[in-house]
Design a protein. Sequence first.
Length: 458
Amino acid sequence: MKNVNDIPKGLVKKLKIAREIVLNEKDTIRLISHYDADGICAAGILCHTLLRQGLKFHVTLTRSLKDEFVDILKKEDYPVTIFCDMGSGHLDALKEFKNKVIILDHHTAQSNSDEPLLINPHFYGMDGTYDICGSSLAFMFACVINEKNWDLSALALAGIIGDKQHLDGLSGYNAHLFEMAKDKGIVDERKMLKFSSNLVKNALLEDLDPFIKGMTGREDRILEFIRNMKLDSDIKFEDLDEEQMRLLLSAIIIRLLAQKVRPEIAEGVITKKYWIWKMNLYASDLSNFINSCGRMDNMGTGLALCLGEEMALKKAIKLRATYKDELRFGLLKLEEEGAHDMQNIQFFYNDNSSLAGAYAGLGMMYLFNSEKPTFALSVEEEKTKVSCRGTKYLVSKGLDLARACRDSANEVGGRGGGHPVASGATIPKGKEEAFLKHVDEIVGKQLQGADDTPGNSV
């Protein structure tokens, strides 16, 4: 692997220890990974890697490491269990496993560990929020196992996009991964519109990023907007001349700025996309398909897509359409109802915990006050799940949602963690008000530069 010397020595050492554990195993290896695009891509990368080594494995994709699920895993008789894109916040529980445990995770962790073997870039000066994600870490491990696994970089790119680490341009290990993949002819970079549809009307109607208040999801208003631009209602982006394209994009950006979208987000209508030559599609589309599979409880289809099953793509396309419909319905409702305001945060309740993170993220960017992080709460039978999102701008001012969620959840008898810009928690039902009050206080201190939480550095 050409770039081993570019990876911190301590991280390389742990990856090589994990490699020996895996390659010396003759029995079935247990693989557990997260159900979002990053986690599914990470699992896909490791499944390819293990298959190429002739190793047997049993894989499960899950929303979270609930205590009940961890208890089941403890009783299993697999000699090696690998956790992808999760596990850093469960070290105490995973230490109780009787067999070997490897954790490949990029979320913030309070302590490093050799048993279980925690491989987390945060402890080696790498930013797991922007520079390396679960799938790019899994890809790094795949290349340590066998340098011929470079073709799996396309899946890593899809995971990077799924984890939103590409929004301000690729950086750190992610950027290195792309440059090497580009040099090897695996992917190509193209500057183009963010929209997924080439038909202007459909792009404005169906795409939710960007979400234009008063227009997205409303065909009559979109047609009026297009007519006011003196364009044909069925015109395609590719048929616009240079002046028409300039005027259209300017009008869209002006509308976004008018709804107080941050300038860097509004201007992101023009973005970079990464074409995967072998799969004949963009990494962003692959990421969206896989993410939709996970969010619509069809994780197996997402993994099958990673493994190259042709029928999986057809099913994923349908799941993507259903997912976008559900997401659009919820966002239109949030546009109408808004979020509840507290001094330093804003929040709303949502019935579907699978969509809560997407609602919070898109709401943070396009619907709500961009000066306050957004929390989505989903009340279930016994517990309440929390998803929260900030922005890179707020993180630069001191926001750390991972710490805020962890400490506030601990305060009410729950568990939380994640990244400074995006995090989550599970808390006892009925403790929502206490959790929100505590997290509001912590976020207030963070944004005022007065966060004195113990262990404030990783």
